[in-house]
Design a protein around this ligand. Structure first.
Ligand SMILES: NCc1[nH]cc(CCC(=O)O)c1CC(=O)O
Length: 315
């Protein structure tokens, strides 16, 4: 091998946020690297980094605003060399990385679907008018309102555990969570019903873990190549090009999913008015290598159909 592997004496530092899900994802990354290079776990140190988004937990995310709320501190620590790589939920990642960093390694994708979570109901159809549903996701709020304008939505921030606790306390009757997070944490006891993507198209990159590194770190480039999942990379190339061309921020309800079907990509996309009064969607098939281009084209088509003011709040 042409590069120097980490050892227990000079371990590789893996940066992550501190939530149970973030830690599970960092541990999965460590396991895959250790296995690929036949190294002991001590060759990798998991470094927990607190981000602005983790520190401010009492305000809606859209009020704090700004891109990279959950990534800036982690990326700063990578640029300064405190950590070598960072493990992220791709769903939360901006489409552009800071100069000096690249994000092009993905682990095999988990279940992409959303789950309906409620101690009593199995699905939206069982909820009576006026029932309170908790979510902090603009996409899920808009998709919910589109189907059930008669339901109430309340802001539901915090990590997975916090949201489940709020449900137990009766703050809301139901909520939505990504199946991926529940699966990765082995939370089989949570009362959940998976929602098919035809009913609720997931967020771009939902269920995918990405690993970021310094652009000039060739040792990490070679190591990460060994654990990269190519099909996930191909799907995310299409989805993230779609998102980028829509200029999607966390304040725009956007959904997108690319599936692989042989040598073809099947891309589905959706944009919604924030109040859920209208949705526009599209679907296409193209050769795998054209996924990113197709994602951009679909975005332009949806933007043209949406017209000006589509993403503004209606009062
Ligand atoms: N925005 C928070 C977030 N980021 C990634 C996941 C779940 C795991 C994933 O989609 O990879 C979640 C929680 C959720 O939506 O339930």
């Amino acid at each position: 091998m042409s590069f120097e592997l980490p050892t227990p004496l000079t371990p590789l530092n893996i940066g992550t946020r501190g939530s149970p899900l973030a830690l599970a994802q960092a541990h999965e990354t460590r396991e895959r690297l250790a296995k690929a290079f036949d190294l002991p776990f001590e060759a990798f140190t998991i470094v927990v980094i607190k981000t602005t988004g983790d520190k401010i937990i009492d305000r809606p995310l859209k009020e704090i605003g700004g891109k990279g709320l959950f990534t800036r501190e982690i990326e700063d620590d990578m640029l300064s060399g405190k950590i070598d790589i960072a493990v992220h939920s791709m769903k939360d990642m901006p489409t552009l990385q800071p100069v000096g960093l690249v994000l092009e390694t993905y682990l095999p994708r988990e279940d992409v679907r959303d789950a309906f979570i409620s101690p009593r109901a199995k699905g939206l159809d069982e909820l009576a008018a006026g029932t309170v549903v908790g979510t902090s996701s603009l996409r899920r709020r808009a998709q919910l309102k589109l189907r059930r304008p008669d339901l109430e939505v309340v802001e539901f921030r915090g990590n997975l555990q916090t949201r489940l606790m709020k449900l137990e306390q009766g703050v809301a009757e139901a909520t939505f969570l990504a199946m991926a997070g529940l699966n990765r944490l082995g939370m089989d006891e949570v009362p959940k019903t998976a929602i098919e993507v035809e009913t609720m198209l997931p967020a771009v990159a939902q269920g995918a873990i990405g690993i970021e590194r310094r652009v000039d770190d060739m040792r990490m480039a070679e190591m990460l190549e060994a654990i990269h999942d190519k099909p996930t990379g191909q799907r995310l190339a299409a989805e993230r090009a779609f998102l980028e061309a829509l200029d999607g921020s966390c304040e725009t309800p956007i959904a997108g999913l690319a599936d692989l079907d042989g040598t073809e990509i099947h891309l589905r996309g959706e944009v919604l008015r924030p109040d859920g009064s209208e949705a526009i969607d599209d679907a296409l098939r193209c050769p795998v290598e054209d996924g990113a281009e197709a994602g951009r084209e679909m975005a332009q088509k949806l933007l043209a159909q949406a017209g000006e003011g589509f993403f503004d709040w209606r009062s």
